[in-house]
Design a protein around this ligand. Structure first.
Ligand SMILES: [Zn+2]
Length: 105
């Protein structure tokens, strides 16, 4: 199975149409949180210590999260560039399918 169409909505969601005609709607934030790159996995294992006092967001983090670009990787995955500057994530079709299923209402 592979995506036949990708669209983004103004509610910051990615809509994937699959080759079996099914559709999945995935909020950008969930995609970003599911990133499996080495850096994100490391943060999950060793979360940075919470700063004392008010959290300070960088300018990029304070903006609503957007997808800036999606590049196909071979014929099995997409590399997604997020507006917070993170672009290391590789999302296989299988992962996208699983995340999409988990996002079903
Ligand atoms: Zn990552």
């Amino acid at each position: 199975m592979h995506p036949t169409n990708l669209q983004t909505t103004d509610k910051r969601e990615l809509v994937i149409t699959w080759s079996d005609q099914s559709e999945a709607t995935i909020p950008f934030r969930i995609l970003r949180d599911r990133c499996q790159c080495a850096g994100c996995n490391e943060k999950r294992v060793n979360p940075p210590e919470k700063p004392v006092g008010l959290p300070i967001l960088s300018a990029a983090e304070a903006q609503p999260l957007m997808i800036e670009k999606m590049h196909p990787v071979g014929n099995y995955a997409y590399n997604i560039h997020f507006s917070d500057g993170h672009s290391a994530g590789i999302y296989t079709f299988e992962m996208l399918k699983n995340i999409g299923n988990a996002c079903r209402p």
